[in-house]
Write a protein that binds this ligand. Structure first.
Ligand code: HEC
Length: 101
């Protein structure tokens, strides 16, 4: 029983560490988005839409679409360049991070 509790505690610690790493990564990546979108997602420097308040699935769909060049408005070339280097995991982490701004 003690062993079970210990391994449970250990796996919880691993889960928490993993989600903290994910959040840190998204925050680090978002630093380079913030120039246009603002640290809180409300800046519209390049006439870009406000990100604050968007749902995670909407953000993930937009970023995947920019990466695949199948999504976007008149200024999509800007975001295609931004999204090109993002992995699927980066997109997922960013979507979760931005949706909580
Ligand atoms: C050089 C300025 C600039 C930077 C840097 C930038 N963006 Fe954008 N972003 C824009 C513009 C402009 C648009 C609108 C593009 C269009 O016409 O489709 C946009 C659109 C978006 C959208 C779509 C929003 C919607 O409602 O459709 C998302 C999501 C987004 N950006 C996320 C990001 C993320 C995440 C990063 C960093 C990896 C980033 N952006 C970096 C300028 C920028």
């Amino acid at each position: 029983m003690k062993k079970l509790a210990l391994s449970l505690a250990l796996s919880l610690a691993v889960v928490f560490a993993a989600s903290a790493a994910l959040a840190a990564d998204a925050q680090a990546i978002f630093a380079r988005c913030a120039g246009c979108h603002g640290a809180d997602g409300t800046k519209t420097l390049m006439g870009n839409p406000v990100l604050k308040g968007l749902k995670a699935d909407v953000i993930a769909k937009a970023l995947s679409g920019y990466k695949a060049k199948t999504f976007g408005g008149p200024k999509k070339a800007i975001m295609e360049a931004q999204a090109a280097g993002l992995s699927d995991a980066d997109i997922k982490a960013l979507a979760a991070y931005i949706s909580k701004l």
